[in-house]
Design a protein around this ligand. Structure first.
Ligand SMILES: Nc1nc2c(ncn2[C@@H]2O[C@H](COP(=O)(O)OP(=O)(O)OP(=O)(O)O)[C@@H](O)[C@H]2O)c(=O)[nH]1
Ligand SMILES: [Mg+2]
Length: 458
């Protein structure tokens, strides 16, 4: 085992001051190099795997720190190689010296993501697990982190491997039939194969479609605040964030471009976007602002159309219609603001437009905000949960769609009663796309793109 001949090291805990810092050393010479620097009761080369040893860490003759050395022998380590992890006091000076001493003793500094890359190449993790490691490190939501953790266990890969096995087996049997062409044997009942293929195709499509929901878990649920000038968008923005982030003023046109801030609702990150009031743009700066905001609005999961109720509940109707036309897929809710100025709160059953959820609030006083927050949180949760049990990323979604297409082509060939070798060829193509997903076959550029997300020490 071990595709690499050199031994690498790096700080694996975050840089900065902490209670503890860990420096990992991994590679064929890990134990030899460790023994050049570490003085415990006995040389680490002689100790069993999965044991921890206390001792002095030396750089030359100088004592750097009292440390623990955790020994993991190949293949039972994160990388699959011999590994020693030094736990030292959490000072950057100490950690840096330990890394420097290990380099002087024959190791080299690890590249970003190199520990994980080695884990992948040594078969400790498959590609979707590698991506799950990155997702887990960068997780911004609790459910997102849970899904990433589950993926780390290999749930997605198991399903894909199963599919790949089915496709491979079917292809092999079809090819075998060709050898017995005269006898007119059928090793693969066509009905069974058709059923398997449509199930496999459906699974790939379903997984690919869960990408949008995974995106919510990964980067947040985007909520855009739009409306005419002075409607109270920035006031509502601040009220939802519970801090004075955007400038509020009685002058229309206060917000010139757009602002984006995060809040958490039920553990899901919600990205709030405050935009410039929509009107006949007076100057070019504002025009640019509106154009920028439009791009931001396009990314949103929900739009809240804020209406100044003192101007009449129907005041924003033209804007609503325009938004509905421009973003036909978008979920839009209407927020009737400034209810504190109304002589009486209008009946809740009088929405701006029958189909649009409507909220009556006062951004200034806080009326109705809890209800709005609950609704947003429910929407965020719903869109994050629809059928997601794995965290599909953009690369996987694309590869899954390609796999679905390839399987569909094989199914078509079968339905058209094409000769077995055609069907088998299509199946083999499908096997290839599925294999790229799990990393059973991989390309260097795909790997590089994945590991770019990692930092040194991961
Ligand atoms: N009485 C009352 N006044 C409000 C309420 N919400 C906002 N306002 C006032 O309305 C004015 C405009 O508020 P902003 O939040 O700046 O409105 P905006 O939609 O962001 O305006 P632009 O950025 O100019 O498009 C300010 O004077 C606010 O204090 C409310 O619920 N009740
Ligand atoms: Mg504003």
């Amino acid at each position: 085992m071990g595709a690499y001949s050199d031994t690498i090291c790096a700080l694996v805990t975050p840089p900065g001051v902490g209670g503890l810092a860990v420096v990992r050393l991994s590679g064929p010479d890990a134990l030899v190099i460790a023994d050049r620097c570490f003085r415990g009761k006995q040389p680490l080369q002689g100790v069993p795997t999965h044991t921890i040893h206390y001792g002095r860490f030396l750089r030359g003759e100088e004592l750097v720190d009292m440390v623990t050395a955790s020994v993991f022998r190949a293949p039972r380590s994160y990388t699959g190689e011999d590994t020693v992890e030094f736990g030292c006091h959490g000072s950057m000076v100490v950690a840096d010296e330990i890394v420097a001493a290990l380099i002087e003793a024959g190791a080299r500094l690890a590249e970003p993501g190199e520990f994980t890359r080695r884990a992948f190449l040594n078969g400790k993790l498959d590609l979707t697990q590698v991506e799950a490691v990155a997702d887990l490190i960068y997780a911004t939501s609790v459910p997102g982190a849970r899904l990433a953790a589950r993926q780390l266990v290999g749930g997605l890969t198991q399903r894909l491997r199963h599919l790949r096995e089915q496709l491979l087996q079917a292809a092999a049997l079809l090819e075998l039939e060709l050898d017995f062409a005269e006898e007119d044997l059928e090793f693969v009942p066509r009905e069974v194969l058709l059923h398997q293929l449509s199930q496999g195709e459906a699974m790939c499509r379903r997984l690919a479609e869960s990408y949008r929901a995974a995106q919510v878990l990964r980067s947040g649920f985007f909520v855009g605040l739009v409306g005419y000038p002075n409607a109270g968008k920035s006031s509502l923005f601040n009220a939802l964030l519970q801090r004075q982030r955007a400038i509020v003023s009685p002058l229309p046109g206060t917000t010139r471009d757009y602002l984006e801030e995060s809040l958490y609702l039920d553990g899901i990150p919600v990205r709030l976007i405050d935009t410039a009031g929509v009107r006949e743009a007076a100057d070019t700066i504002e025009l640019q602002g509106i154009a920028l905001a439009q791009e931001a609005i396009r990314q949103c999961n929900v739009l809240l159309l804020i209406n100044d109720a003192t101007c009449g509940v129907e005041h924003s109707q033209p804007l609503l219609e325009e938004l509905q036309q421009r973003f036909p897929q978008m979920l839009i809710a209407c927020v009737q603001n400034k209810v504190d100025l109304l002589p009486e709160v209008p009946l809740r059953s009088v929405p701006l437009n029958g189909a649009v959820p409507t909220f009556w609030v006062s951004a200034l006083r806080g009326d109705g905000l809890e209800e709005l927050r609950c609704w947003l949180s429910a929407q965020a949760r719903q869109s994050a949960e629809t059928g997601v049990d794995v965290l599909i990323n953009a690369r996987q979604a694309y590869a899954l769609m390609q796999s679905a297409e390839a399987i569909a082509a094989a199914r078509q060939a079968l339905l058209q009663n094409l000769p077995g070798e055609f069907v088998a060829a299509e199946l083999r193509r499908a096997v290839e796309t599925v294999s790229e997903l799990t990393g059973d076959t991989w390309r260097e550029d795909v790997l590089n793109a994945i590991f770019e997300r990692f930092c040194i020490g991961k």
